[in-house]
Write a protein that binds this ligand. Structure first.
Ligand SMILES: CC(C)(COP(=O)(O)OP(=O)(O)OC[C@H]1O[C@@H](n2cnc3c(N)ncnc32)[C@H](O)[C@@H]1OP(=O)(O)O)[C@@H](O)C(=O)NCCC(=O)NCCS
Length: 365
């Protein structure tokens, strides 16, 4: 086989950003169902126009094989992550690649790693960064992943291992069937919390704008020592979540209040597959994956002082009851670290089972 001509480029033009953002269409475009990228948002991020870029030094790389774009990645120094954890951890986000492109992908990852080393980083992570990157799937290949999660091809693991990465963390995705028996169990969980003085309100009832700030503050406090997290600001979260005010998110997301103070928050989404996924015509999604019947809890946090009193369980139960009222038959409990037992126990107590597995990679420099 003739050797292919490989070229790695730093991307810094408007056209280059567009082409970079559209690569997933080549990788996933022939699937029955997939989540296409928000190209406009991604171009804004690459061009330094997104609010979050104030906290980042970001350099996108593209790999070409015989003149054709075959892989992409962005090297990132995330200042606030490093400040929060007192680390020098670089991140490789946006990774996507066509299959059978070992040489091009290897060369591109090397470029990214060299750039991070030159910027003083001593280790690199790929597959988790708050608001920026999600882990790599190790099962359900080819199926529509849960909202926000990846459905990457299996060759990605070979690419990372060949570039001398190792698995830093495992993550799981849960699904609960919203059967009448389970919904009854949820009602009892909520009653128990109410009897203990907890009020659970949807973001709509709490006041959507106020609930956004509660979510930011509770999340920053609850996740302060959670692996992979970095603090976020009200200023960046408001414009991200405000457009969701008129949507079912306002009824599915919850705030828990004790003695007048917000102490817990849940962010949940309805089934977004009809609006946001690309589904080939004639294809029917499995009901636990989408098609109008799978909602998802995306984030849950309880302040330390209020933990182990059934608040998480009750907030999630309330969110799942509303999902059931809105015709959803399954609820996702999305992305939990393998060793986050409080959260895994919460998912299990809600009747959820593991339905997807993921990993985040790391390499020392
Ligand atoms: C995970 C979290 C939301 C749980 O909140 P909580 O209000 O303390 O949970 P609950 O009191 O409702 O308990 C739910 C289940 O978890 C179990 N649990 C709670 N804390 C636990 C702990 N420290 N260790 C083991 N199990 C624990 C409870 O026993 C209960 O299970 P059970 O019904 O089988 O008894 C909370 O610990 C948190 O905010 N952690 C930091 C942020 C985080 O990890 N969020 C989840 C990301 S996926």
């Amino acid at each position: 086989m003739a050797l292919r001509k490989i070229r790695i480029e730093q991307v810094n033009t408007r056209d280059g950003f567009e082409q970079f953002a559209r690569l997933p269409y080549q990788i996933y475009g022939d699937r029955d169902a997939w989540w296409p990228p928000d190209v406009h948002n991604e171009v804004d991020l690459l061009a330094g126009r997104a609010l979050i870029t104030a906290h980042l030094n970001l350099c996108p790389f593209a790999a070409f094989s015989d003149g054709r774009l075959v892989a992409r990645v962005s090297a990132v120094v995330n200042y606030r992550y490093n400040q929060h954890w007192n680390e020098k951890l670089g991140q490789l986000i946006h990774f996507e690649a066509l299959p059978n492109e070992e040489d091009a992908v290897g060369a591109m990852l090397e470029e990214g790693l060299t750039w991070l080393e030159r910027h003083g980083m001593t280790a690199v992570r790929s597959g988790f960064a708050a608001f920026l990157d999600y882990p790599y799937a190790i099962d359900n290949y080819g199926a529509l992943p849960s909202f926000l999660l990846r459905g990457n091809p299996d060759c990605y693991h070979r690419y990372f291992k060949n570039a001398r990465f190792f698995t830093e963390k495992g993550q799981v995705d849960y699904t609960a069937p919203l059967t009448p028996e389970i919904l009854e169990r949820y009602r009892r969980m909520i009653e128990a919390a109410q009897a203990a003085g907890v009020t659970i309100k949807s973001w709509r009832d709490y006041g959507f704008l106020a609930a956004i700030d509660v979510w930011t503050d509770v999340t920053n406090a609850a996740f302060d020592r959670h692996w992979g997290w970095n603090p976020i600001t009200r200023t960046e979260v408001r414009p991200m979540l405000l457009p969701l005010q008129p949507t079912p998110v306002a009824d599915l997301s919850m705030v828990a209040v004790v003695d007048g103070n917000p102490v817990g928050a849940v962010f949940s989404v309805p089934d977004l597959s009809a609006q946001l996924a690309k589904v080939r015509s004639g294809v029917r999604l499995a009901p636990e994956r989408g098609g109008g019947t799978r909602g998802a809890l995306v984030n849950i946090g309880v302040l330390e002082a209020a933990r182990s009193r059934g608040l998480a369980r009750a907030m999630a139960a309330q969110s799942f009851l509303v999902m059931a009222r809105q015709q959803m038959r399954f609820a996702g409990y999305t992305l939990v670290l393998d060793d986050n037992w409080p959260s895994r126990r919460t998912a299990e107590s809600l009747g959820a089972r593991v339905t997807g597995n993921f990993v985040t990679y790391r390499r020392e420099l």
